[in-house]
Design a protein around this ligand. Structure first.
Ligand code: ADP
Ligand code: MG
Length: 251
């Protein structure tokens, strides 16, 4: 459930991202202001090249803003060093990619345990049991001891979701997680996200799939590096759109 009184969990203030290219600077995020509250399930849609991945990368700290501020919880993400970022991300943000990015020489269980070994949130002797429980939760426990290449695309994405959950992060971001999956498999992955939201996670998903984004409470439309529309589908089918630049309100 979204707590409308809560402080934003994710807060982007006047975020600008400019890439330097041979042909000069290209500004791909233009004064982005965005607040996401704890428990929100938000999708980001927009044409290819509109800045969706760059926006997610600002939140995970995978890339840095040229200007502006990015807060996740009480962390000023834009101020952290690379070392601080890697450790912080491992505990606080689960990241899911289109092509899964599981390590090919490790089993599914080992892939799931890797973030726990990196971050030391859970004791060493607890890690294997916890990883198995996560694999059960995403319904692939029977594949725990196989290599990723032995699994289907949908199963690999479920493993990537289990890995993203390894350190029980409050925030999960996914960049076109169903872009490489068939419709039925994509539906199952989305159902998993819905379950995680009901358990209190805050999730941002970039998706091209309109039937999936229509299921979400809030859809952010990006166009040419700006928030073109911040659409709230409410809880009772009521649609409400807020023009860019205004504070997002909940129905
Ligand atoms: P989307 O995910 O919406 O397809 P991206 O965020 O990946 O869009 O990219 C937005 C724009 O930024 C695109 O025009 C892309 O070519 C450009 N871009 C992304 N990364 C870089 C980079 N490292 N250097 C230069 N331009 C980049
Ligand atoms: Mg992208």
């Amino acid at each position: 459930m979204v707590n409308t009184d809560a402080r934003p969990l994710i807060d982007l203030r006047n975020v600008v991202k400019t890439y330097e290219t041979g042909a000069g600077g290209v500004t791909v995020l233009k004064d982005i202001n965005l607040k996401v509250r704890p428990g929100e399930f938000l999708s980001i849609v927009g044409p290819s090249g509109s800045g969706k991945s760059t926006l997610l990368n600002m939140i995970t700290g995978i890339d840095r803003p040229t200007d502006g501020e990015v807060y996740v919880g009480d962390q000023a993400v834009h101020k952290m060093s690379e070392n601080q970022l890697a450790r912080w991300r491992g505990r606080n943000v689960g990241v899911i990619f289109q092509f899964f990015q599981l390590l090919p020489t490790l089993t599914i269980l080992e892939n799931t345990m890797l973030p726990m070994d990196f971050c030391n949130v859970y004791k060493r002797r607890e890690r294997k049991d916890r990883a198995m429980r996560l694999l059960e939760q995403v319904h692939i426990a029977e594949h725990a001891h196989k290599l990723p290449s032995a699994l289907s695309g949908g199963e690999q994405q479920r493993a990537a979701i289990a890995r993203a959950m390894a350190n029980d992060p409050p925030v999960i971001v996914a960049d076109e997680p169903t872009g490489n999956l068939d419709t039925v498999t994509a539906d199952g992955v989305f159902a998993l996200f819905e379950q995680l939201v009901s358990e209190g996670k805050t999730i941002m998903v970039v998706t091209h799939d309109q039937s999936l984004s229509e299921r979400m409470e809030r859809v952010l439309h990006l166009l040419d590096g700006r928030i073109d529309r911040d659409q709230n589908n409410g809880h009772n089918g009521r649609q409400m759109s807020v023009e860019s630049g205004y504070e997002h309100r909940l129905a």
